[in-house]
Design a protein. Structure first.
Length: 199
């Protein structure tokens, strides 16, 4: 499929709109995750050691959004030069970084943060259900990049992510920390494998 069709000016406008939207989205979420990292780090000593897991996820999420923003911004210069192949590559890489390292790690970190900062059981359980339910709906509705890259097998990746998150959440909830390091490594490994295997 050609990126530039019969009317290059119209195509350029659509691509520029997509890049502007992507830059706005990823730069906003870079700021959001950075804000939460800063907030948690300033209160670090008042939390138990399990807060380091969601902080790590938020830091990695910040970098995922930051680098995808840079890739999208750099792609805008390639539009003027009609570098069709490079633009497609940049958009794919930016979208993958944003989703796998930005969105997934942000979604996975939120229940873990809430688990540490409040003892309200309703809020803790509602947060993990909302986070994992929303992630599942996102996948089952066919919007995920992982779904496009892995077709039906992406449900296995999703199931593994959800299972690891639930296990990590439960161990954190019950102050059992020996599994959490393993779960963090497995989640990051799963995300890296998914991102490297993108379409």
């Amino acid at each position: 499929m050609k990126l530039f069709n019969k009317n290059p000016k119209e195509d350029l406008g659509l691509i520029q709109d997509e890049i502007q939207t992507s830059v706005s989205f990823t730069s906003f979420f870079t700021a959001v995750t950075l804000f939460f990292v800063g907030l948690l780090i300033t209160q670090y000593k008042s939390f138990d050691p399990s807060v380091s897991m969601p902080i790590l996820f938020l830091i990695l999420s910040t970098f995922g959004f930051l680098y995808s923003t840079l890739i999208f911004a750099n792609a805008s210069g390639k539009i003027a030069r009609f570098e069709e192949k490079d633009i497609r590559k940049d958009m794919g890489l930016g979208n993958s970084l944003s989703e796998y390292f930005g969105v997934y790690l942000l979604v996975l970190s939120i229940p873990l943060v809430i688990n540490v900062i409040t003892e309200d059981y309703f809020l803790r359980i509602a947060t993990i259900l909302a986070a994992l339910g929303g992630l599942s709906i996102y996948h089952f509705a066919g919007f995920s990049i992982m779904g496009r890259s892995f077709k039906k097998t992406h449900y296995i990746f999703l199931l593994l992510l959800v299972a690891l998150e639930v296990m990590m959440y439960l161990f954190q909830f019950n102050n059992i920390f020996y599994f959490t390091s393993t779960a963090v490594v497995l989640i990051l490994l799963l995300i890296v494998i998914s991102a490297l295997s993108r379409e």
